[in-house]
Design a protein. Structure first.
Length: 720
């Protein structure tokens, strides 16, 4: 149980022997727990503590079971370099190993195990993936993960692990070396560490007067001294009791400012967000001021500046996860009405031939008239036919082509464990002549694709995942048959609503760009939560839904360069298609009012089952940015590579150099300045909306994509 009195603990790499442990206990009964090193572990080979737990526990000792895993850096030629072995997969393996060692040492399921982080910097990149995967594996084996770390990493650790053991030595010299001292075990000093960590290691490399010990590695016969809140930090009930005591009435409150910020951000989000269908409820914020591309049916929006969260923000912390989970309980995302769900469940074969339902719904015939293709219609390396109507064409997609498109668009997607999502609008797998093109492909560095165009009625897109690891030679991608556009039912649904022919409506297309997503859920009405799924997320708050600028159509049932652009919260998530054959009431085999859908049913089946397997490996609440490009973007990149022009900056800039959602850098800042916006260097929904308005005011085709040709037309020299 917890104790209000001072509790001490000792830490020594090698087991000091039963006599020394008995001597410490006799000299000072307040010395109650000891660090218990699990071994062999990656950072601790000495197994001398293993096998000691039973005898020590019988004598009243508590424990800090510690697993010394991989560290952020390793030595190479005398210098510290990032550890090349860090990955989520290694974290999972080491977390599993820690649990096996806990069992072998005699710790019961449900015990707390501490991961040793020796470095004081905030974990980032692969190290953060390693730690979070280690913790997930420990939870999966029914143990409780905790963290040991220096003070610099403690704020991060407290956000992701409730239980933290803090290294806060108070006896360091100016160079950070421990000043060894001899202490009388009967008169130990108190720690100045504030409440919060379950234990604080406050003195390093001390000796106890009267205790003779053999050398402990290079540290001599020395111990590290801790104070703690619990007599047994391995006992979760004991730890939980102690931490709850900190929050008891009369206890000094501990303010978690990151949790406060997350809660405030959610409150602000709720204040202006709602499903943008139907009339605004009483008291709701007014719609955004009218603009050349707006419509009163767009719903309210926020004018908050475009900002992007740090690259090392790749997972929700504990407070954010609680807020996000509570929000999703009541969130209702667009899609699948009760009638839709019943029809989809009953559909087993394709709709019978006959009159085409939703006959007015169509994709632009010419690329010049399609917002995501307009800026590519004048390509010189891959010209369109003279009539401007695209024809299906095949090419070989490589990792280099993906990177060329990302770099040319100033995009730098980030994801947990170096995994990001890749969506390709207008493409299928396989060669043009393939009689039965493959429906998916996994873990490849290159594959043949055939460029197509969406039509709202069939799977004519691809969605998958790209392992964007630091070693370019090790990168790979997986692609699944999918759709990145809404079905005909919802094209018509918002068209009728916007023209006053029905009281509400849904439907939009998410424009190409790079967006922040996270592994979460899609709360489909009547079908229930689809989990895991990729959830469109706010670019600066990973626990909030994303506010972006999407396109809608009011003048006809086709998405063109003369349509409505709404900055809103569309919940354009990535989920299953719910069917694999056409459903008459949808006009397509996928249910989407704007979400991107991967072929397969909810159970899961087909390509959706494979996509969910990847999301499950990443884990809930993990960041997974999504790069949405067209097959033509990638086909042009492939043509530049084949013709040897991929290394020519002028050719790449002319053919592919663009600014659009997700672009970052100085050129974005210059464009924001020209448009009178906050100069954040990130292209988000505000910049997209402002740019389409500027194009409309000038009487230009509206696509919201800033190209070299548009830069020349404006005379702004953004790309100079």
């Amino acid at each position: 149980m917890a104790s209000s009195k001072i509790i001490y603990g000792v830490d020594r790499s090698a087991f000091p022997g039963p006599d020394a442990m008995a001597w410490l206990q006799k000299k000072n009964p307040k010395i109650r727990f000891a660090c218990f090193y699990l071994a062999p572990a990656p950072g601790h080979a000495d197994p001398s503590w293993m096998g000691q737990r039973s005898d020590l526990a019988q004598k009243g000792w508590g424990f800090l079971p510690t697993y010394v895993g991989l560290q952020a850096h390793v030595k190479q030629n005398g210098a510290n370099i990032p550890n090349p072995n860090l990955s989520a997969a290694r974290g999972t393996a080491d977390g599993t190993d820690a649990c096996h060692l806990m069992t072998n040492a005699g710790f019961a399921v449900g015990s707390v195990v501490y991961l040793d982080l020796e470095e004081g910097d905030v974990p980032s990149g692969a190290y953060q993936a390693y730690i979070l995967a280690w913790m997930a594996a420990v939870k999966a084996h029914s143990f409780v993960p905790a963290i040991y770390c220096p003070g610099g990493a403690a704020p991060w650790a407290r956000r992701y692990a409730r239980i933290v053991w803090l290294a806060a030595p108070e006896n360091l010299d100016g160079q950070g070396h421990a000043i060894s001292t001899v202490l009388d075990p009967q008169h130990l000093p108190a720690s100045s560490a504030a409440g919060g960590p379950i234990a604080a290691q406050f003195l390093w490399e001390i000796e106890f007067s009267g205790l003779t010990q053999p050398a402990d590695g290079g540290h001599g016969p020395r111990f590290d001294l801790n104070t703690g809140l619990a007599v047994d930090p391995s006992d979760y009930a004991c730890v939980d009791d102690a931490l709850n005591d900190l929050a008891a009435p009369g206890a000094a409150p501990m303010v978690d400012w990151s949790a406060v910020a997350a809660s405030n951000a959610l409150d602000e989000f709720k204040a202006f967000s709602r499903l943008d269908v139907g009339p605004a409820p009483a008291g709701a914020p007014a719609a955004a001021p009218s603009s050349p591309t707006s419509d009163p049916h767009c719903g309210p929006a926020t004018a908050a500046a475009d900002r992007l969260m740090p690259r090392d923000k790749v997972a929700l912390d504990l407070a954010e996860a609680r807020l996000a989970e509570a929000f999703l309980v009541t969130a209702v995302d667009p899609g699948l009405t009760e009638a839709d769900f019943a029809e989809a469940s009953a559909t087993t074969v394709a709709a019978a031939p006959g009159a085409i339902k939703f006959a007015a719904v169509h994709w632009p015939k010419k690329d010049m008239d399609a917002p995501d293709y307009h800026h590519l219609a004048s390509s010189r390396v891959l010209p369109l036919p003279a009539d401007g109507v695209a024809v299906a064409a095949e090419f070989d997609l490589t990792v280099a082509d993906i990177e060329l498109v990302l770099a040319a668009n100033r995009m730098d997607p980030v994801g947990f464990d170096d995994t990001v999502a890749l969506a390709i609008r207008g493409a299928r797998l396989g060669r043009l002549a393939d009689p039965r093109p493959p429906l998916d492909i996994e873990d490849v560095a290159a594959t043949p694709l055939t460029e197509t165009r969406p039509d709202h009625r069939d799977f004519k897109c691809l969605i998958g995942f790209y392992r964007r690891v630091g070693n370019a030679a090790a990168r790979s991608f997986s692609l699944f048959t999918a759709s990145t556009v809404l079905n005909p039912k919802y094209v018509e649904d918002w068209f009728l609503y916007a023209n006053g022919r029905q009281p509400s409506g849904e439907g939009n297309v998410l424009p190409t760009g790079c967006y922040v997503y996270r592994v979460g859920a899609h709360n489909s009405p009547h079908a229930g939560p689809v989990k895991p799924a990729l959830r469109l997320t706010d670019s600066s708050n990973l626990h909030l839904d994303g506010s972006v600028t999407v396109i809608r159509t009011k003048n006809d049932e086709c998405y063109g360069v003369d349509d409505v652009w709404c900055k809103t919260i569309p919940a354009d998530n990535v989920h299953c298609s719910f069917q694999t054959v056409s459903v008459a009431g949808w006009g397509a085999p996928f249910s989407s009012a704007g979400c991107m859908t991967i072929r397969g049913q909810m159970t899961p089946t087909d390509q959706w089952a494979k996509a969910q397997a990847i999301m499950n490996r990443l884990g809930q609440d993990k960041r997974c940015d999504l790069a949405l490009v067209t097959g033509r973007d990638l086909a042009i990149a492939a043509q530049l590579r084949v013709t040897g022009l991929a290394g020519d900056p002028a050719s790449v800039q002319s053919e592919l150099g663009r600014l659009r959602p997700g672009s970052q850098g100085d050129e974005v800042t210059r464009l924001q300045k020209k448009l009178g916006l906050d100069e954040t260097g990130y292209f988000g929904g505000v910049l997209k909306k402002t740019l389409v308005d500027e194009q409309a005011k000038r009487g230009l085709p509206i696509d919201g994509i800033y190209s070299p040709a548009l830069d020349q037309s404006f005379g702004w020299n953004v790309f100079a």
